[in-house]
Design a protein around this ligand. Structure first.
Ligand code: MN
Length: 211
């Protein structure tokens, strides 16, 4: 697992991290997830892999807290696949990861994609409701690249919207991207939803993202 920092723009501190899976292959080196996640999805291996990721990510945050109590990130975000969302053991897996690590459920964010909300199934939406009942946070990942339907923001109370990196990267050169980013930040703010800009690269982006 690699950990990507999520920085709070108010105080510029790392407030959380996102756990990102890489495969350290003996001969191919670091294999990126776009090369192996689709296969893991197809074969169903994503479920046991995802279970391991959840537990390892929660454990790592608690390890950091013990070792670096003053500077440790507070929250951890873990990506969830559609297979996991529909897996009957998901709730159990999340509860196990939290109890084994001792992490507070409010410090765990599960990231789901827009398409997972669109393909709303009974099991999927029930799982999301149950996660919310456990006080786990839910984020929409890569917002803007899928259907970006505003109706699911109404239907389902997400805690965080992660604005896709392509909009963030284009903000400086494309006024439309900048306007879209602002609009999403404003909507989120009015609903008490947190926004995360993916792939922030430089200081010039900061005033455009701060609310
Ligand atoms: Mn993500």
């Amino acid at each position: 697992l690699n950990y990507q920092p999520i920085v709070n723009l108010d105080d510029e501190k790392v407030q959380g991290v996102e756990a990102l899976l890489r495969w350290n292959h003996p001969t191919r080196g670091t294999v990126m997830p776009d090369r192996f996640i689709p296969l893991a999805e197809q074969t169903g291996l994503i479920v046991p892999i995802g279970r391991w990721v959840l537990r390892e990510a929660c454990t790592q945050v608690m390890r950091w807290r013990r070792e670096h109590p003053d500077t440790s990130p507070r929250t951890i975000a873990v990506n969830l696949s559609v297979r996991q969302l529909h897996d009957p053991r998901l709730l159990e897996d999340v509860a196990d990861a939290l109890s084994a690590s001792g992490l507070d459920p409010q410090c765990l964010t599960l990231e789901i994609t827009e398409s997972m909300l669109i393909e709303e199934t009974d099991r999927g939406s029930r799982a999301l409701d149950q996660l919310k009942a456990m006080k786990v946070k839910v984020a929409i990942d890569d917002f803007g690249t899928g259907y970006s339907s505003l109706s699911y923001l109404r239907r389902f109370p997400v805690d965080t919207i992660k604005i896709d990196r392509s909009f963030v990267a284009e903000m400086e050169t494309n006024p439309t991207s900048e306007a879209l980013v602002r609009a999403v930040v404003d909507i989120a703010k009015s609903r008490d939803v947190t926004t995360v800009a993916e792939g922030g690269e430089n200081a010039e982006q900061k005033p455009k993202l701060a609310s």
